[in-house]
Write a protein that binds this ligand. Structure first.
Ligand SMILES: Nc1nc2c(ncn2[C@@H]2O[C@H](COP(=O)(O)OP(=O)(O)OP(=O)(O)O)[C@@H](O)[C@H]2O)c(=O)[nH]1
Length: 325
């Protein structure tokens, strides 16, 4: 039995979608749901200071983080190394999920499963699942090619955040998606609420179809990133005053929200034992307490901004001014 299991290839799901589309929300759903299967998770984060690890629910799943770079280019070697390590322990999980950064082009990630001999022999790319933000997609298609690439390569599309748009807007967004990708299955969703069976173990990735559309898929690994998007992160030592933080961040999002594609923070509030997770996509923000600080982890507040025309000294000063006196 164990022998039979180890001879099988491990299914890999690549979870992609633009910054803030809802990938981590969907991943948390997958990890929390009682489906009786176990997944190893690889997270690739765009930003200097990792916060995504804090935002992924605590499970006994194995979570690996790859920071500082995009999985589709600089850290591909890391991905191959992590996969190699996982595959040596392949009896311990039923599948692997890779969450890419919001700026990743899924094509080079998918290539990894066909060009690296070891990875190719032991895994099978099950599906590229792309999460789309129904509200912000029209803006994204206008200003960044990554969003279109992610849709073009998807086998399964989760059309997320349906609560933020009208039925007419939703129909229009779905029609735009269909213009880019005729084949993918589209699931409309709120907070990633799609039955897990529709996402994992689909056997949906079809190399022949990809090669028909992109004959150079296995050779070409050149791609460009939106150079004007950058990431800045800040950390402060003293606990934050929640009122000061709220006043500062609300003002910032109101004035700079157009340029702030994504904001994420893990915050240490004064007189509070739990971590506060703050998140925003443009002006739409939410937040809440997540579990307590882990033993040995320094109680420092961290915030990451991803966007255009970020003013480092101004952001640093603003964040520092939120510390409690
Ligand atoms: N209103 C609404 N908000 C949502 C929905 N899904 C996710 N969100 C919120 O959108 C924000 C981004 O969600 P994430 O799941 O972190 O998005 P992500 O794609 O992992 O983000 P990055 O990894 O930073 O690219 C969070 O504040 C979520 O709570 C939804 O269906 N409706």
């Amino acid at each position: 039995m164990a022998e039979a299991q180890t001879n099988e290839t491990v299914p890999v799901t690549v979870l992609t979608g633009y910054l803030g589309a809802g990938k981590t929300t969907l991943l948390n759903r997958i990890l929390s749901e009682n489906h009786g299967r176990k997944y190893a998770v690889v997270i690739n984060e765009f930003g200097e200071l990792g916060v995504d690890n804090d935002l992924v629910v605590d499970t006994d799943e194995e979570v690996f983080e790859m920071n500082n770079g995009c999985v589709c280019c600089t850290v591909r070697g890391d991905l191959i190394r992590i996969l190699g390590g996982l595959l040596r322990r392949r009896g311990r999980f039923d599948g692997i999920i890779i969450e890419t950064t919001g700026l990743a082009n899924p094509a080079p990630v998918a290539q990894t499963f066909f060009v690296d001999e070891d990875v190719k022999a032991k895994t099978r790319l099950d599906a590229i699942v792309t999460v789309v933000d129904a509200k912000h997609l029209p803006q994204r298609l206008a200003d960044s090619h990554e969003a279109a690439d992610q849709i073009a390569f998807a086998d399964v599309i989760v059309l997320n955040k349906t609560d933020l748009v009208t039925p007419d807007e939703l129909a229009a967004v779905e029609a735009r998606i269909r213009e880019i990708n005729r084949f993918a299955t589209i699931h409309r969703a709120e907070r990633g609420g799609v039955p897990i069976a529709e996402l994992l173990d689909r056997g949906a990735f079809d190399l022949d179809r990809v090669l028909a559309a992109r004959p150079d898929f296995l050779e070409d690994d050149s791609h460009e990133h939106n150079e004007d998007v950058s990431s800045m992160s800040f950390e402060v030592e003293r606990p934050l005053d929640p009122e000061k933080f709220n006043a500062w961040i609300s003002g910032l999002l109101a004035t700079k929200g157009q340029d702030l594609l994504r904001t994420k923070g893990i915050l240490a509030y004064a007189n509070e034992d739990r971590r506060f997770a703050f998140q925003a996509v443009h002006m739409i923000a939410d937040g809440g307490f997540i579990g307590p600080w882990k033993d040995g982890d320094p109680r420092r507040s961290r915030i990451v901004f991803i966007g255009r025309d970020l003013n480092r000294p101004q952001l640093r000063r603003g964040f520092e001014s939120c510390q409690a006196t």
